[in-house]
Design a protein around this ligand. Structure first.
Ligand code: DGJ
Length: 738
């Protein structure tokens, strides 16, 4: 019987084995160098050490060969720059005289129950019952440098979380130029790379492609994880499908600049590295100081992309998202952004609230434009405590009281990291922004970024948010961030440290906020989904997924997002048609079905809806209450998608996915026909995740065996037209009922 949930060290072979539920991660060593052996299907402890090829081209133990050849071929677990390994390194260190070089040898290790937090950084957590950890110390005696590689595994999950701490134990300062968090060395044969790429309003489109010689890199230099690339990549067997084949996914728990690189080496291996970007990064370590790099969550699946996604979802729901709202049904909210943009006042908001209340909506969220004299995006960011009394006489308190009177809760929008040049805050503190002294910084959306590397700036921001939240009964905050970092300079912080210290500042602020206001429902946002990442999820249960609220576009955006993130984290609203981003008109029912697979809410002028539409909204509200537990807590199975993840699928333009209860007692199948077609028949969908021995009944009283639904398939209704949707609810019947 192969072991699960166990970490061991073998003295004789100097080999570490991490046994997760169905997979094994093995680290070996050769002459003190630490080497990556495997992360794959389960094998006994200590297997595969021959993969280190210790004696091939080795300079060691009297075997002919030179050191440089060895250094450039050995599968280092944490490779360093400057000493003869010409593949991408994970660590680049210069000594006090500026010479690049670091050579790490095994110096010790610790295995323990539970998991230590990472100072100042978001990271997975666990208890002594459900988590085990390993720390390996590596040393470069010449530099006086100690590198600690940390690994954690979680009961029942094929997940390994890795991070790195670098400490200067020497007597001279050291300069870090690159500190990645994890590296894997995998055979190239038959593997492809999967990434998530996009743009504003087109976030996280799935991309799958073969890997040629040379290097593939994705990353962000924007100071946010970005719309364009995502801190995730997967290496998948070329025949991996939704339900079969090996996939290894890596996800960085970080929200700023990142780098993920894969090099197919001269020996047809893949060196995979992930961590903070080395772009505009340099960090000085004085004697006694240390630097901790963020965590990478690595998931192994031998059952295709579906199992990889479910493992990420369970890892993030069980070990990353801390919000007390994680397992709660979130209030259905209506946000006024697409209804009014900046053009609103209390009467308009209350009209929306009254109609929304009559439809069963529970919270009004007032978006941008309630403070200073902000009637467009060109002013007042930073002046949070100056409520625009022309729009809101009596301030936030009067609005909250009136909304509460209607029977709804109030939420608000803020963009705490920013300042407008036309603001009292900027006029008082022009030096509080990120800029290079002597250079005019680029404006983006007519705003500048506050220098969150500085304590006094963070304290000011925190006090402003706190004052606003305490001024009225505000139950929800949408924390937005609408521009990249450019002209990266500071009055106080060294240039190469600003980008990372900025992120540490954001994390500190959100940490303080969630500690001081534990009942506040926090939703992060960044021009839609430019900072939708595991780092932000550590602080909030949900993130606005995209400014593109068109249901058809959302199918791809939400499919890519749900490749890693649980549906409970994906901010999704029903919005008005024609859609403001793409101009498409889609049935209100279909818009509801798509938003149901997320947090669910509305973003429209509900006062303009017809009675018939309001009735449909009432039905959607009922649907949300009926199915949200299943969507929030269940397992996601993709039956049919839009992305290149799916090879050899018929080209019918439709999508289907399922949420299945953990105990398999219930399932919700959502089916969307993107485009209708002539002379098409109904579709047959082979469902997944059900109990093959069980019997399931649909809401219209038909019964099916689980095996039949999964193996011969479920026949959908024949839908008529473009953008049509149907949901099917299945409940388990025991054999006596059936
Ligand atoms: C960008 C967000 O993604 C939108 O939802 C909205 O809040 C605007 N910012 C407001 O400026």
């Amino acid at each position: 019987m192969l072991k699960t949930f166990d970490i061991t060290y073998c003295d004789e072979t100097s080999c570490f084995s991490l046994q997760t539920e169905h997979s094994t991660y093995i680290i070996g060593s050769a002459d003190g160098y630490l080497g990556h052996v495997c992360f794959g299907r389960k094998v006994p402890d200590g297997s595969g050490l021959a993969l280190l090829r210790k004696d091939e081209y080795s300079y060691m133990k009297g075997v002919p060969g030179d050191k440089c050849t060895f250094m450039d071929g050995f599968p280092f677990e944490y490779p360093t720059e400057g000493i003869g390994d010409f593949r991408p390194g994970s660590l680049a260190v210069r000594n006090a005289r500026g010479f690049l070089g670091c050579e790490l040898k095994l110096a010790g290790h610790r295995i323990f129950k539970g998991k230590k937090p990472l100072p100042g950084l978001p990271a997975t957590f666990g208890t002594e019952e459900d988590t085990k950890s390993l720390e390996i110390d590596l040393k470069d005696e010449t530099l006086g440098l100690c590198v600690t590689l940390s690994y954690s595994i979680f009961r029942g999950l094929d997940t390994v979380a890795r991070s790195v701490t670098v400490r200067n134990d020497g007597s001279e300062c050291l300069h870090l130029e690159k500190v990645l968090s994890a590296c894997l060395e995998l055979p190239w044969e038959n593997r492809e790379i999967v990434t998530l790429s996009g743009s504003w309003a087109r976030e996280r489109y799935i991309d799958r492609r073969p890997i040629g010689h040379g290097r593939v890199e994705i990353g962000s230099k924007r100071g946010i994880s970005s719309h364009q690339e995502h801190p995730f990549l997967a290496l998948a067997a070329e025949d991996a499908s939704e339900t079969a084949g090996e996939v290894i996914g890596l996800s960085l728990v970080y929200s700023g600049n990142f780098l993920a690189q894969v090099e197919r080496t001269q020996h047809d291996m893949l060196r995979v590295g992930m961590g903070i970007s080395d772009y505009n990064f340099s960090w000085t370590l004085q004697p006694g100081e240390s630097f901790t790099a963020p965590e990478v969550v690595i998931v192994h699946s031998s059952e295709g992309f579906g199992a990889m996604s479910r493992t990420f979802h369970d890892t993030f729901r069980g070990h990353l998202i801390r919000s007390p709202y994680l397992h709660k049904k979130r209030p259905i909210l209506i946000n006024n952004w697409e209804a009014t943009y900046f053009d609103f006042n209390i009467e308009k908001l209350l009209q929306i609230a009254r109609t929304a209340k009559s439809a069963g909506i529970e919270m009004l969220v007032m978006d941008d434009g309630w403070f200073g004299h902000r009637n467009s995006d060109n002013c007042s960011l930073g002046d949070w405590t100056e409520v625009n009394e022309e729009k809101l006489p009596g301030g936030l308190k009067a609005l909250a009281d009136a909304v509460n009177e209607i029977g709804m809760d109030l939420g608000i929008w803020m963009e705490p990291e920013m300042v407008s040049p036309d603001s009292d805050l900027y006029r008082a503190h022009p030096d509080w922004v990120i800029k290079i002294p002597g250079r005019e910084p680029s404006l983006c959306r007519t705003q500048l970024v506050l220098d969150l590397t500085r304590r006094e700036v963070r304290d000011h921001i925190f006090n402003s948010i706190s004052q606003v939240l305490k001024s009225a009964n505000i139950r929800y905050l949408k924390w937005d961030m609408n521009r990249p970092l450019t002209d990266v300079g500071s009055m106080t912080t060294p240039g190469g440290e600003i980008m990372h210290r900025y992120m540490l500042g954001v994390y500190e602020l959100q940490g303080r906020l969630t500690t001081e206001f534990p009942d506040l429902l926090l939703e992060n946002c960044s021009s839609g989904g430019a900072r939708f990442d595991p780092g932000m999820l550590y602080y909030c249960p949900q993130i606005w997924c995209s400014d593109d609220t068109d249901a058809m576009e959302r199918l791809s955006i939400q499919e890519g997002t749900a490749l890693i993130y649980p549906l409970s984290a994906i901010g999704a609203h029903v919005s008005i048609c024609p859609n403001h981003v793409v101009g498409r008109t889609t049935d209100l029912y279909t818009r509801g079905v798509v938003a149901l697979s997320g947090t669910f809410g509305y973003e429209m002028d509900i006062t303009k809806m017809s009675d018939e539409e309001l009735d449909l909204i009432r039905d959607q509200v009922k649907m949300y209450h009926r199915y949200n537990d299943l969507v929030r807590e269940g397992d996601l199975y993709r039956i049919k998608g839009t992305s290149p993840l799916y090879k050899n699928q018929n080209n019918r333009m439709s999508v289907a996915w399922m949420c299945v209860a953990k105990d398999k007692s219930e399932a919700l199948l959502s089916y969307v026909q993107i485009r209708g077609g002539a002379n098409l028949r109904s579709e047959v969908l082979c469902l997944q995740g059900l109990d093959p021995e069980g019997t399931y009944a649909s809401d219209d009283g038909k019964t099916f065996s689980g095996a039949e639904l999964m193996n011969t398939g479920f026949v959908t209704d024949r839908l008529w037209g473009d953008g049509k949707a149907q949901i099917y609810h299945l409940t388990y019947r025991n054999q006596f009922e059936a």
